[in-house]
Design a protein around this ligand. Structure first.
Ligand code: SF4
Ligand code: SF4
Length: 177
């Protein structure tokens, strides 16, 4: 099986250092605003903070894959005596909650690691150093890389239909010129 190189971009999250300031949400939503930096709205951020000061819970979560159906189970984590609620660590844009959906269109939001920037902006803006960034290269099977792409695309086609998806991609390509 042939191998391809894959760049892995990694953000380390230190929960003990997060103070709940939400600067990461502000800069992420501003960076993705149209036009760029014209507004900020945490509901449009690809990172969301689960915040419960009374319980000393501050948990930044990154938007991951879109999923068409919610899962059947729930998890409750207790770490260092702090209880993190059901779904807290889940990164999915999922029908069961509002997180990681564009508020106007309902389209799923996914962290793109601030494509085009040297370093993710949420990391840059996190003065508490709760977020740190590193990159590494990994070799993966070519088939695995293609399968990952196909799974993501299929989920989007199922929800929005091929035609709308092609329109959206054409608009995105136009903006990227
Ligand atoms: S890496 Fe960029 S896109 Fe991802 S959450 Fe941070 S600011 Fe948002
Ligand atoms: S910017 Fe850093 S300290 Fe502030 S909420 Fe985000 S992760 Fe936590």
């Amino acid at each position: 099986m042939s191998k391809v190189k894959k760049k892995v971009k990694l953000i380390n999250i230190d929960l003990d250092k997060c103070n709940g300031c939400r600067a990461c949400e502000v800069i992420c939503s501003a960076f993705h605003a149209e036009p760029k930096y014209s507004s900020n709205n945490p509901a449009r951020s690809r990172i969301r903070l689960i915040r419960d000061p009374i319980k000393d819970v501050y948990l930044p979560v990154y938007a991951g894959e879109y999923t068409a159906a919610e899962c059947m189970g729930r998890d409750n984590y207790t770490i260092d005596g702090r209880v993190y609620g059901e779904c807290a660590f889940c990164r999915a844009s999922c029908p069961s909650r509002d997180a990681f959906k564009e508020p106007d269109s309902g389209l799923p939001l996914k962290c793109d690691m601030c494509e085009g920037e040297e370093e993710p902006l949420c990391v840059k803006w996190c003065l508490a150093e709760a977020l740190t960034y590193e990159e590494r290269e990994e070799e993966v099977d070519e088939e695995v890389a293609v399968a990952e792409m196909e799974t993501g695309l299929k989920a989007l086609v199922d929800k929005y239909g091929l035609e709308s998806l092609v329109d959206i991609m054409a608009r995105m390509a136009e903006k990227g010129k």
